[in-house]
Design a protein around this ligand. Structure first.
Ligand SMILES: [Zn+2]
Length: 191
Protein backbone atom coordinates (compact mmCIF):
# COMPACT_ATOMS: atom_id res chain seq x y z
CA UNK A 1 0.00 0.00 0.00
CA UNK A 2 2.99 2.30 0.46
CA UNK A 3 5.67 3.12 -2.09
CA UNK A 4 8.91 1.21 -1.71
CA UNK A 5 11.77 3.67 -1.53
CA UNK A 6 15.45 3.45 -0.75
CA UNK A 7 15.09 5.56 2.37
CA UNK A 8 13.53 4.41 5.59
CA UNK A 9 10.21 5.52 6.98
CA UNK A 10 7.80 5.12 9.87
CA UNK A 11 4.25 3.82 9.55
CA UNK A 12 1.85 3.69 12.48
CA UNK A 13 -1.24 1.52 12.81
CA UNK A 14 -3.48 2.79 15.60
CA UNK A 15 -7.07 2.79 16.84
CA UNK A 16 -9.12 1.39 19.72
CA UNK A 17 -8.97 -2.12 21.07
CA UNK A 18 -10.50 -4.74 18.73
CA UNK A 19 -9.90 -2.53 15.69
CA UNK A 20 -7.55 -5.07 14.10
CA UNK A 21 -4.24 -3.25 14.66
CA UNK A 22 -2.20 -6.37 15.28
CA UNK A 23 -3.93 -8.20 12.43
CA UNK A 24 -2.85 -5.38 10.13
CA UNK A 25 0.70 -5.42 11.53
CA UNK A 26 0.91 -9.17 10.91
CA UNK A 27 -0.42 -8.72 7.37
CA UNK A 28 2.29 -6.20 6.57
CA UNK A 29 4.98 -8.41 8.10
CA UNK A 30 3.85 -11.38 6.01
CA UNK A 31 3.83 -9.34 2.81
CA UNK A 32 7.38 -8.16 3.50
CA UNK A 33 8.47 -11.73 4.19
CA UNK A 34 6.91 -12.92 0.92
CA UNK A 35 8.96 -10.25 -0.86
CA UNK A 36 12.10 -11.74 0.69
CA UNK A 37 12.66 -8.97 3.21
CA UNK A 38 13.93 -9.75 6.69
CA UNK A 39 11.57 -8.73 9.47
CA UNK A 40 12.38 -8.25 13.15
CA UNK A 41 9.40 -8.03 15.51
CA UNK A 42 9.38 -6.61 19.01
CA UNK A 43 6.92 -6.30 21.86
CA UNK A 44 7.14 -4.93 25.40
CA UNK A 45 7.60 -7.28 28.34
CA UNK A 46 4.39 -6.00 29.94
CA UNK A 47 2.13 -7.52 27.28
CA UNK A 48 1.83 -11.22 28.09
CA UNK A 49 -1.65 -11.93 26.77
CA UNK A 50 -0.45 -14.34 24.10
CA UNK A 51 2.68 -15.79 25.67
CA UNK A 52 6.04 -14.18 25.93
CA UNK A 53 7.52 -14.48 22.47
CA UNK A 54 4.87 -13.87 19.82
CA UNK A 55 2.99 -10.98 18.30
CA UNK A 56 -0.51 -12.44 18.49
CA UNK A 57 -3.88 -11.14 17.39
CA UNK A 58 -7.34 -11.81 18.78
CA UNK A 59 -7.92 -13.82 15.60
CA UNK A 60 -5.25 -16.28 16.71
CA UNK A 61 -2.53 -15.42 14.21
CA UNK A 62 0.97 -14.87 15.51
CA UNK A 63 4.59 -14.10 14.69
CA UNK A 64 7.73 -14.78 16.68
CA UNK A 65 8.79 -11.63 18.46
CA UNK A 66 11.59 -10.52 20.70
CA UNK A 67 10.36 -9.30 24.07
CA UNK A 68 12.26 -6.25 25.30
CA UNK A 69 12.08 -4.49 28.65
CA UNK A 70 12.64 -1.10 27.07
CA UNK A 71 12.78 0.39 23.60
CA UNK A 72 16.52 1.00 23.89
CA UNK A 73 17.10 -2.75 23.74
CA UNK A 74 15.67 -2.99 20.20
CA UNK A 75 18.98 -1.89 18.66
CA UNK A 76 20.81 -4.72 20.46
CA UNK A 77 18.65 -7.38 18.79
CA UNK A 78 18.85 -6.15 15.19
CA UNK A 79 20.95 -7.90 12.57
CA UNK A 80 20.45 -5.94 9.36
CA UNK A 81 16.68 -6.52 9.00
CA UNK A 82 15.04 -4.13 6.53
CA UNK A 83 11.72 -4.16 8.37
CA UNK A 84 11.28 -3.55 12.10
CA UNK A 85 7.83 -4.19 13.57
CA UNK A 86 6.78 -3.02 17.04
CA UNK A 87 3.50 -4.17 18.60
CA UNK A 88 1.73 -2.76 21.69
CA UNK A 89 3.73 0.45 21.32
CA UNK A 90 1.59 2.18 23.95
CA UNK A 91 3.32 0.12 26.64
CA UNK A 92 6.78 1.46 25.74
CA UNK A 93 8.40 4.54 27.27
CA UNK A 94 8.73 7.79 25.26
CA UNK A 95 12.22 6.60 24.31
CA UNK A 96 10.54 4.52 21.59
CA UNK A 97 10.07 7.67 19.50
CA UNK A 98 13.83 8.32 19.26
CA UNK A 99 14.49 4.66 18.54
CA UNK A 100 12.00 4.64 15.65
CA UNK A 101 13.48 7.86 14.22
CA UNK A 102 16.97 6.33 14.40
CA UNK A 103 15.82 3.18 12.61
CA UNK A 104 14.11 5.15 9.84
CA UNK A 105 17.24 7.31 9.45
CA UNK A 106 19.12 4.01 9.11
CA UNK A 107 16.98 3.29 5.99
CA UNK A 108 14.72 0.77 7.67
CA UNK A 109 10.97 0.45 7.33
CA UNK A 110 9.51 0.82 10.82
CA UNK A 111 5.95 -0.46 11.38
CA UNK A 112 4.44 0.38 14.75
CA UNK A 113 1.09 -0.73 16.17
CA UNK A 114 -0.51 0.57 19.35
CA UNK A 115 -3.44 2.23 21.10
CA UNK A 116 -3.71 5.99 20.52
CA UNK A 117 -5.95 6.56 23.55
CA UNK A 118 -6.26 5.24 27.11
CA UNK A 119 -9.54 3.81 28.37
CA UNK A 120 -10.43 7.30 29.62
CA UNK A 121 -9.97 8.69 26.12
CA UNK A 122 -6.73 10.58 26.78
CA UNK A 123 -3.72 10.45 24.39
CA UNK A 124 -1.65 7.35 25.21
CA UNK A 125 2.03 8.26 24.80
CA UNK A 126 4.25 7.48 23.07
CA UNK A 127 1.79 6.65 20.25
CA UNK A 128 0.53 10.24 19.71
CA UNK A 129 4.13 11.45 19.28
CA UNK A 130 4.82 8.58 16.89
CA UNK A 131 1.75 9.61 14.89
CA UNK A 132 3.26 13.08 14.50
CA UNK A 133 6.60 11.71 13.33
CA UNK A 134 5.12 9.00 11.09
CA UNK A 135 5.27 9.12 7.30
CA UNK A 136 2.14 6.97 7.04
CA UNK A 137 -0.72 6.61 9.51
CA UNK A 138 -3.66 4.25 9.52
CA UNK A 139 -6.29 4.74 12.19
CA UNK A 140 -8.57 1.72 12.33
CA UNK A 141 -12.06 1.56 13.79
CA UNK A 142 -13.74 -1.26 15.65
CA UNK A 143 -17.52 -1.68 15.92
CA UNK A 144 -19.35 -0.42 19.00
CA UNK A 145 -20.72 -3.40 20.94
CA UNK A 146 -23.60 -1.25 22.26
CA UNK A 147 -24.98 0.37 19.09
CA UNK A 148 -23.06 -0.94 16.08
CA UNK A 149 -21.56 2.41 15.05
CA UNK A 150 -17.86 2.73 14.22
CA UNK A 151 -15.94 2.61 17.50
CA UNK A 152 -12.84 4.65 18.34
CA UNK A 153 -12.89 4.27 22.13
CA UNK A 154 -11.73 1.45 24.40
CA UNK A 155 -14.27 0.81 27.17
CA UNK A 156 -12.77 -0.62 30.31
CA UNK A 157 -15.03 -2.70 32.53
CA UNK A 158 -14.33 -3.90 36.06
CA UNK A 159 -16.85 -6.48 37.31
CA UNK A 160 -19.01 -5.54 34.33
CA UNK A 161 -19.16 -1.87 35.31
CA UNK A 162 -17.37 1.08 33.63
CA UNK A 163 -13.97 1.62 35.22
CA UNK A 164 -13.33 4.68 37.38
CA UNK A 165 -11.42 7.58 35.88
CA UNK A 166 -8.57 7.26 38.39
CA UNK A 167 -8.00 3.54 37.92
CA UNK A 168 -4.42 2.96 36.74
CA UNK A 169 -4.00 2.87 32.96
CA UNK A 170 -1.93 -0.28 32.78
CA UNK A 171 -3.33 -3.39 34.43
CA UNK A 172 -2.46 -6.17 32.01
CA UNK A 173 -3.87 -9.56 32.94
CA UNK A 174 -6.07 -8.23 35.75
CA UNK A 175 -9.68 -9.28 36.39
CA UNK A 176 -11.25 -6.87 33.97
CA UNK A 177 -12.48 -6.67 30.43
CA UNK A 178 -12.56 -4.29 27.52
CA UNK A 179 -15.03 -3.47 24.76
CA UNK A 180 -14.87 -1.29 21.70
CA UNK A 181 -17.39 1.55 21.90
CA UNK A 182 -18.30 4.71 20.03
CA UNK A 183 -18.06 8.14 21.63
CA UNK A 184 -21.74 8.17 22.69
CA UNK A 185 -21.63 4.76 24.36
CA UNK A 186 -18.23 5.19 26.04
CA UNK A 187 -18.56 5.52 29.84
CA UNK A 188 -16.13 6.57 32.55
CA UNK A 189 -17.08 6.68 36.23
CA UNK A 190 -15.92 9.63 38.28
CA UNK A 191 -15.03 9.05 41.93
ZN1 LIG B 1 -22.17 3.11 20.38
Amino acid sequence: MHAITNSGWIEVITGSMFSGKTEELLRRMRRAEIAGQDVAAFKPAVDDRYGQAVVGSHAGREWEATVVDDAGAIHDHLDGEEVVAVDEANFFSPELVEICLDLAADDRRVVVSGLDKTFTGEPFEPVPSLLAHADYVDKLQAICVECGDPATMSQRLVDGEPAHVDDPTILVGAEESYEARCRDCHRIKAR
